[in-house]
Design a protein around this ligand. Structure first.
Ligand SMILES: *[C@@H]1O[C@H](CO)[C@@H](O)[C@H](O)[C@H]1NC(C)=O
Ligand SMILES: *[C@@H]1O[C@H](CO)[C@@H](O)[C@H](O)[C@H]1NC(C)=O
Ligand SMILES: *[C@@H]1O[C@H](CO)[C@@H](O)[C@H](O)[C@H]1NC(C)=O
Length: 359
């Protein structure tokens, strides 16, 4: 077991550092457009990030470091890490009143691999010239907000937040000086995501980065996990059609038109729900722990995620929100910005690694 861990860490470092050494820090959109098979590294990024929460980190970190680093296992929930018991009211945690922070888990492997917290300018460089499409429910909207907070200066954020919090609406923005095009599409149901993917296919251009996620609405309105699984299978199928090479077309002048670049795809996992805090009776009844676990299981069983051979790298909101606990949420469902920021940096590091690998 330990041998496997070390080999994994070593391999991750080799793949990360050799191209970095060769390429330096210079990034361009072209480099970023490459869809590499960096499954194990990007998963390693995911597992090494936890919101920094002192009273939980000692519970979470040992269990992560004693298992292979590439397999984030978030269920069954260990009883001591369940949302209902992580932060008891009146707990004397020194950070209880200050806003939560996150940091990369301080393990030897994350330190040596140099996962980073990207600055706004670095993130802008990385995404320069890119089209970022984010679609889903309010979790996706909070993720968009985290991205914009990083890219835009604070004074530009006020009108953006006002726009983004008009409920159930789409949002479009172009960050002109970096040529970043950002679209948020309100898509509370999986069928909405499938429709968006079908509209993208077969081009003429695909988004460079695609972040999708939904499930809470289905859970509330249908409470049927196996049907959710079927919907996810349809999402997966539509996503796979973006990955299969678009056959080059023979143009009139006899030149083969270049094929469309597939997007980097990310899936926003379901947030941990704190049932007693949910704000309606209906939610408290239907969105209980058992149902959540069944839904979460469908995400794995539908094989939509890279870790089970699918197209999407998981941004594990469930794990991150559980790490932060009930002190990070007012309604048991939407979390403080730290959770989405941490997920954003997992995504950026994954993109960074993939872009470095294409040199
Ligand atoms: C973004 O890329 C364009 C060319 O693709 C370049 O001219 C511009 O300087 C870049 N901007 C930044 C901030 O890197
Ligand atoms: C999402 O799907 C539902 C159910 O299929 C549909 O009623 C709704 O109009 C769709 N919403 C959007 C924004 O496409
Ligand atoms: C959870 O909710 C489902 C659906 O409403 C219900 O059938 C089930 O009995 C509930 N389970 C618990 C443990 O409350």
């Amino acid at each position: 077991m330990v041998g496997a861990v070390q080999v994994g860490v070593l391999a991750a470092c080799v793949v990360l550092f050799v191209p970095m050494g060769m390429a330096g820090w210079h990034l361009s959109r072209n480099k970023m457009l490459f869809f590499s098979g960096a499954l194990f590294i990007t998963l390693a990024v995911g597992v090494h990030l936890t919101p920094y929460f002192p009273s939980l980190s000692h519970l979470l970190l040992p269990s992560l470091s004693s298992s292979p680093p590439i397999i984030p296992s978030i269920y069954p929930l260990p009883p001591h890490a369940s949302p209902s018991s992580t932060a008891s009211p009146g707990s004397s945690s020194p950070t209880a009143s200050s806003p939560a922070l996150w940091q990369w888990a301080p393990s030897a492997s994350t330190l040596s691999c140099g996962f980073q917290r990207l600055s706004g300018p670095d993130a802008s460089d990385l995404l320069n010239g890119s089209w970022v499409l984010i679609a889903g429910d309010s979790q996706a909207r909070l993720f968009v907000l985290a991205l914009l907070r990083l890219l835009l200066n604070p004074t530009a954020m006020d009108p953006v937040e006002a726009d983004l919090f008009r409920r159930h609406s789409d949002y479009h923005l172009t960050v002109a000086d970096h040529g970043i095009k950002l679209d948020f599409l309100w898509a509370p149901f999986e069928s909405n995501l499938t429709a968006i993917l079908r509209d993208l296919h077969p081009g003429p251009r695909y988004p460079d980065v695609l972040v999708l996620g939904s499930g809470l609405w289905h859970m509330l309105h249908f409470t049927d996990s196996s049907e959710y699984g079927e919907c996810l299978a349809a999402v997966k199928k539509a996503a796979a059609s973006l990955l299969s090479p678009v056959l080059p077309e023979l143009r009139l002048d006899g030149i083969l038109a270049s094929s469309v670049q597939p997007p980097h795809m990310f899936w926003l996992g379901l947030p941990t729900l704190v049932a007693p805090m949910l704000n309606t009776e209906e939610k408290r009844e239907r969105m209980n722990r058992t149902v959540w676990e069944a839904y979460d299981r469908e995400v794995d069983e539908s094989k939509i995620l890279k870790r089970s051979g699918g197209p999407f790298l998981l941004l594990d909101i469930g794990l991150l929100s559980r790490g932060c606990g009930r002190r990070c949420t007012a309604d048991g469902m939407h979390y403080d910005r730290v959770v989405y920021e941490a997920a954003l940096h997992i995504m950026l590091n994954a993109l960074l690694i993939e872009s470095q690998q294409r040199i």
